[in-house]
Design a binder for this molecule. Structure first.
Ligand code: 5GP
Length: 173
């Protein structure tokens, strides 16, 4: 895939500025509280690493791994490949997603985590493809609202490549 073409949608500098804003907003909204920040692997790993370094509230970090039973489109059949290390009952939980597209993955994860009785559960998505929703689910915080284009970089992959790009890019032919 090294010959694939891609164009920059948001530069690393633009992303860094937006992530700093999101961090400030979360610090304000959760002032005086601690939060369990749950990253959804693998796509959120870079966003989460940058975001948590802006947080001044006490945080505990955990991860979940998911897999959809699909090729290029999402079916909503989500499988948990890695579960949380510790219970979240009575905790404020902030779920960190790379991108919300149809919303099927987020919908599944929210229902799953809500059953564990957190004190609160909110979602922060780096990207929101808001026009694509097939279920009524939303992320309380979003970095950028984007059109329906397949994006790579800043943690997001195409066939497990390109996650290491610093810019967010649109994959071409
Ligand atoms: P949803 O269940 O909301 O349809 O899909 C969410 C997942 O689909 C994301 O976590 C991500 O793994 C994948 N996805 C959706 N759109 C894109 C995209 O534009 N680029 C990449 N790399 N992954 C995407």
């Amino acid at each position: 895939m090294s010959s694939s073409k891609y164009e920059v949608m948001y530069t690393a500098d633009q992303i860094a500025a937006r992530v700093a804003e999101l961090g400030a907003q979360i610090n304000a909204d959760y002032a005086g509280q601690s939060v369990v920040v749950v990253g959804v692997l693998k796509g959120s790993f870079i966003f989460m690493a940058d975001l948590v370094r802006h947080l001044t509230i006490p945080v505990r970090i955990d991860f979940m791994g998911t897999k959809s039973y699909t090729g290029t489109t999402t079916s909503g059949q989500v499988q948990i490949t890695k579960d949380l290390d510790r219970p979240i009952e009575g905790e404020h939980v902030l779920l960190v997603e790379d991108i919300v597209d149809t919303g099927l993955t987020l919908n599944y994860l929210k229902r799953n985590l809500e059953q564990r009785r957190p004190l609160s559960l909110k979602t922060i998505a780096f990207l929101d493809k808001w026009q694509q929703r097939r279920v009524d689910v939303k992320a309380e915080y979003a970095g950028f609202r984007i059109e329906n284009k397949f994006v790579i970089g800043y943690g997001l992959d195409y066939e497990q490549q390109f996650r290491n790009l610093g810019d967010l890019c649109v994959l071409g032919e």
